[in-house]
Design a protein around this ligand. Sequence first.
Ligand SMILES: O=C(O)CCc1c2[nH]c(c1CC(=O)O)Cc1[nH]c(c(CC(=O)O)c1CCC(=O)O)Cc1[nH]c(c(CC(=O)O)c1CCC(=O)O)Cc1[nH]c(c(CCC(=O)O)c1CC(=O)O)C2
Length: 351
Amino acid sequence: MERNERFLYACNRAPVDQIPVWYMRQAGRYQPEYRKIREKYSLMEICEIPDVCAEVTLLPVQQLGVDAAILFSDIMIPIKAMGCQVDIKGGYGPVIEHPIRQMSDLQKLRRVEPEEDLPKTLETIRILRRELKVPLIGFTGAPFTLASYLVEGGPSRNYLKTKSMMFSSPELWNALMDRLADMVITYARAQVEAGAEAVQMFDSWVGSLSPQDYRRYVFPTMKRIAEGLSDLHAPLIYFGVNTAELLPIWRELSVDVIGIDWRISIPEARNRVGSSFAIQGNLDPAILLAPWEVIEERAKEILDQGMEKPGFIFNLGHGVFPEVRVETLQRLTEFVHTYSSNRLRETGRMA
Ligand SMILES: O=C(O)CCc1c2[nH]c(c1CC(=O)O)Cc1[nH]c(c(CC(=O)O)c1CCC(=O)O)Cc1[nH]c(c(CC(=O)O)c1CCC(=O)O)Cc1[nH]c(c(CCC(=O)O)c1CC(=O)O)C2
C-alpha cells in the first residue's frame, strides 16, 4: 500500500497495512525552520504568501514522514475574511478588536466568497496539491469555538460572555451560529474544490458545554453543517477537547472521523459513537516531553486499542507544544508505522 493511501483508507474504515499518523500543529513553533521563517513574517503574513505557506505546510511531511499534511493556517483566518478585525498575538492567541456582543455587531461578519476573500489560501492549496505525495487536510474552526473568540474578544477560561449570550439572547446566539455555519460550509467546500482531500473541523472548546446545552445550542448547527457537506467527496473529521460526554450526541452527526483527546480511551469512545466512525487520536501532547520509554509505552497502548477495529488514525489529543523536540516526533512516527505494521501482520488484519 502506498504512503498516500493509508490516511484516506483509515478515514473510510478500510483495512490498512500500517496505521496512518499526523499531528495537530505539526507545522509550527517546535520546528527551528518555522521559527526562522517567523523571524521574517508574522503568522498572518505566512498565510498570505502562498509559496511560504506551502513550504511551511510541507516541512513536517518531509521531516517527520507523516501520512497527511494539514494546511498551514489558523481557525481565525476566514473570520478575518468575513470582515472582522483579527490580530494574532504571539504567545497569547487571537484578539478581536470589536467583539460581537449585540445584533448590530453581526453586520461585521459578511458572507465569504472564498475565491474573492481567501484567494491566497486557495492558491496555497493548489500549490500543495501539485507538490504533496500525501493527502492534504483542509480545516476550519467550528461555530461554537469561533464564536467563543468572537464574543470573548480573545482566549478565555470560562467562556462567560459566550455562554451569557447563549443562555440570555438565544436569538442573537442562533443568528451568530447560522452565519458561522454558512462560512464553514462554503469554506470547507472551497478547500476541497481547490484540492484538499479531507477537512477537519476544530471545535476545540465545545467540551465546556454540558450535553444538554450542546444538544440545544450547538447540535442543530453542526447537523446542518454535516448535512450541507454530505456530498463532499472528502472525509469530514470533527475534533474537540474534553468531549467524552458529548460523543453519544456526535453519533447522530454524518461525519466520517471523530477526533478525541486523551481523557477518554479509544474503546470507550467507540462505545459512545458506535461503529460507523473512524477514530483519530489521542496521545496526551504533554507526554511528548517525557523520556522515550514513557512515550513508547503510551503509544503502544493507543495503537493496540486503535487496531482492534479498522478506521484508526494516530494523532495527539491536541496540538504539539512548542517545547517538543523534532526528533521526538520523528521517532514516534517511525514507531507508529513499524509497530502497527508488525502487529497487523501478526494478527492477520493487514490490508
Ligand atoms: O489558547 C487560545 O485560545 C489561543 C490559541 C491560538 C489559536 N491560534 C494561535 C493561538 C496561540 C498559540 O497557539 O499560542 C496562533 C497560532 N496558530 C498556529 C500557530 C503555529 C503553532 O502552533 O506553532 C500559532 C502560534 C503563532 C505563532 O507562530 O507565533 C497554527 C495553527 N492553528 C491551528 C492549526 C491547526 C492544527 O492544530 O493542526 C494550526 C497548525 C496548522 C499546521 O500544522 O500546519 C488551529 C487553531 N488555532 C486556534 C485554535 C483554538 C484552540 C487551540 O489553540 O488549541 C485552533 C484549533 C486547535 O488547535 O484546537 C487559536
